[in-house]
Ligand binder design. Sequence first.
Ligand SMILES: [Zn+2]
Ligand SMILES: [Zn+2]
Ligand SMILES: [Zn+2]
Length: 262
Amino acid sequence: MDKGAILAEVRSVVNDLFRGLTLPRNPQLWQSLPTEKQEQFQSSPEFVEIEKELAALRGRRDADPSSRRRCSRELYAKRRELTHKEVRKWQKAQSHQPSGKDSSSPCYRRSIFNRVRFMMPERNRLASSLFKPDTLRSTTSLSALRGMVTLCEKEAEVEFRPGLEPEKYWRHVYSCYKRSHDDFVELCFLCSKWIFGETQWSNHCQTHLNCPETLPVQCDPLVYGGALVTAGYCVFCMADPSLPSEKRLHQYLERGPWKDHV
Ligand SMILES: [Zn+2]
Ligand SMILES: [Zn+2]
Ligand SMILES: [Zn+2]
């Protein structure tokens, strides 16, 4: 094999690696129309016209079934295309800068990425640095490039969960850590900190309850890359002031028990 062939082969392997990388440009990009715009859109003349034709078609029992099917297929395709165009229109008008430093502001579609990015330091940094306009040799560009190389060399998407270093087998580390302490110890999955002592834990939960902005917006337990990103919580218990704070902020580590409770 000549050198050129080897190079070509190597290069295609690298390309494949890069092709597999996906980085959301705007994690808050609308995937469908927000309710208000949906309503406007559905009362637009074009949309109403298609709906009317569809309804008429459904009412026409006499027509030949195969031509009726073809007609409705065409109408559905037309409607899909119209919807798609409308969503694209709004996506383009949408701001490309995720609002706020950590993009935690309310949005219609909170992507999973926003919830897990803290577990993937390179991706987390790249998600913002990759879209900063800068020269190729600037610090930003170089660190972005280093970040991409690091990502390619990694074997697992999530190496460990903060608070449960150094293994990604979070459950093992979690339970081992708990077992190795005679006294009460609990990991707060909201701030990735170990809290020692029952009273301290209760107080810690209370601090979260006192600052609603530290409470999760989505309360389902989320596992990503083999690690528990966020524990599950119960919104109803959370909002019940008659319960002790550690009950209000009870962390469900598994989906089953969480579902059973909620
Ligand atoms: Zn162990
Ligand atoms: Zn905490
Ligand atoms: Zn509950």
